[in-house]
Design a protein around this ligand. Structure first.
Ligand code: IPE
Ligand code: IPE
Ligand code: MG
Length: 247
């Protein structure tokens, strides 16, 4: 049986997040430069986005560029900024055909104007799509997002718009870049690294984690389905006992 056939269509995770890692190492293994790896990761995004929408995932969040990634060599950063524009442009037909909306989270003010403008065009073009939201985390980090939320909350408390006693988990979540989006049910990280790397630290509190040695340029539909099947074998207890959640 294929992994797709093993998926229980009634228990598909609503929200999946992916740390797309290993482009550089994958390219190096072929004797190519790191940028070749990023270019080959574009097709994996294309495949996984379509696979996720078709099985009924509602939110697919992809970590494409962290705030720490700004510290990479300028040549690589510039190539990635151009690649984001080109890739998103190429995804548009498929996104419209599959009814997929684009959203971006992160410190987008740091992106080059051309990248920002082109992303905004695609966000506007897909604004009415309803089947799934593709969230690109670009110039994103969890600490950046948390500090920004704390500053906003402090400012609102100071000017009297927010009562300090009203600050609860909901209030805090609503000040994050992911406001209004469900927390990931499943986090996937490719390339064998076992860490979070400053990604969605608040939102991942109760996510199931799936790590695979496969590098991102080789991660295709079947690999995604495999992660979903694995997720469906887990018992999510949210602090309760097994008896409480199975009855
Ligand atoms: C992930 O692949 C893509 C980005 C972080 C932009 P890497 O570029 O991190 O590839 P490795 O981890 O060095 O192999
Ligand atoms: C995390 O990958 C960021 C993205 C996938 C965009 P990195 O390759 O930057 O993470 P570290 O440095 O190995 O933790
Ligand atoms: Mg990496």
């Amino acid at each position: 049986m294929t992994f797709l056939e093993q998926i229980d269509k009634n228990r598909v995770p609503e929200s999946v997040a992916i740390i797309m890692d290993g482009n550089g190492r994958w390219a190096k293994k072929q004797g190519k430069n790191r940028i070749f790896g990023h270019q080959n990761g574009v097709d994996s995004v294309d495949q996984v986005m379509e696979a996720a929408a078709q099985i009924g995932v509602k939110y697919l969040t992809l970590y494409a560029f962290s705030t720490e990634n700004w510290n990479r060599p300028a040549e690589e950063v510039n190539a990635l900024m151009d690649l984001f524009v080109e890739a998103v442009h190429n995804y548009m037909d498929k996104m419209m055909a599959n009814d997929i909306r684009l959203a971006v989270i992160g410190d987008v003010d740091r992106l080059p104007q051309k990248t920002r403008e082109n992303l905004q065009k695609s966000i506007d073009q897909t604004a009415n799509c309803k089947r799934m939201t593709l969230v690109l985390a670009l110039s994103y980090s969890s600490r950046w997002e948390i500090i920004r939320a704390v500053k906003q909350i402090a400012a609102e408390a100071k000017n009297g718009a927010l009562d300090v006693d009203a600050i609860d988990e909901n209030c805090f979540s609503n000040h994050l870049a992911t406001s209004g989006m469900p927390d990931p049910d499943l986090l996937i990280r490719t390339s064998g690294e076992l860490r979070i790397s400053n990604f969605l630290m608040w939102q991942l509190s109760y996510s199931e984690l799936f790590f695979t040695d496969v590098c991102w340029p080789e991660f295709k539909k079947e690999n995604f389905y495999e992660a979903i099947v694995d997720y469906q074998s887990r018992e999510r207890r949210f602090g309760k006992t097994s008896e409480q959640v199975t009855k």
